[in-house]
Design a protein around this ligand. Sequence first.
Ligand SMILES: [Zn+2]
Length: 255
Amino acid sequence: MSTVIQLFATEPASDLQRMQRELVLAHHILDREGQGLDIAGHITARMPGAETFWSNRFRLGFDEAVPSELHEADMNLNVLQGNGEISPALDLHAAVYRRRPDVNAIVHTHAVNALALASIGEPLAMIDQQASIFFEDITFFNEHKGVFLEGEGETNMVAEALGQNRAALLKNHGIVVVGASVQEAVIGAQVLESAARAQIKAMAAGTLDPLPVPAARQSKKFLGQKDIFDWKFDYYARRVLRERPDLREALESRG
Ligand SMILES: [Zn+2]
C-alpha cells in the first residue's frame, strides 16, 4: 500500500479509488517535472490482472487531470466508464498490457532530454547511479514510422521492442516507461529524463565514463526496490499538492 493515502484527510473507499488518486497525481507530478507537452503523452494504470485500464480524457493536458475525467477502457480502446473519448495513441498501452501481465502502469512522454538523446541515436549510458535502474533494462526503438494510431502497426512494434524491459527510448519521439505500480512507472520516467539531461551535459563537456558493471548492478538492486519508488513518488506528490491546492480538493472530493 502506498503511503500516498496518508497525504489526504479522507481514505479512498477502495483500491480502485486509491489507484485513481495515484494516477491523477502521476499526471501532475510529471507535468511539474516538465514532461507534459500540450496534450501529447499519456499515463495509464490498471488494477493488477485487469483486462481494462484507466487514462486521462482525450485532449486534456497532464495538468488538467482530475478523478472525474479519468476513463476506463478495454484493450480494444472501447470506453467503459467516462463521458468522453480516449486517445487512439493508447493502442500502445493496450499492446504493452497484453504482453506484460507484470505491468500495471505505463508512461509515454516526449521528455525533451530523452528525446534529444534518442534523436542522435545514443543509448542511455550508466553515468548517473540513479540511472542504474535501467541497467540492462532499456531498449532503443529506431524504426519510427509516424504517430501512434490504432491499427497502424507501430504500437505493436514498440511493445515488441520493449520486450521485458523497464523502458524504451523512441528515436525522434520520446520514452516509454513501465512499472508494476504507478509509482514505479512515474519515478522511472523522472529518472530517465534526469539521466538523459546529465548525459547530454557530460557528452558536451568530455568523454563518458560509465559506472563499472558491478557498481551498476549493485545500485540497480538497491534503487529498484519498491519502497524507494514509493518514497520518491510521495515526495513529488507532497510537493505538487503544496503547489496546487485545487488538486488536493479534487482528490479529496472523490473520497
Ligand atoms: Zn508520443
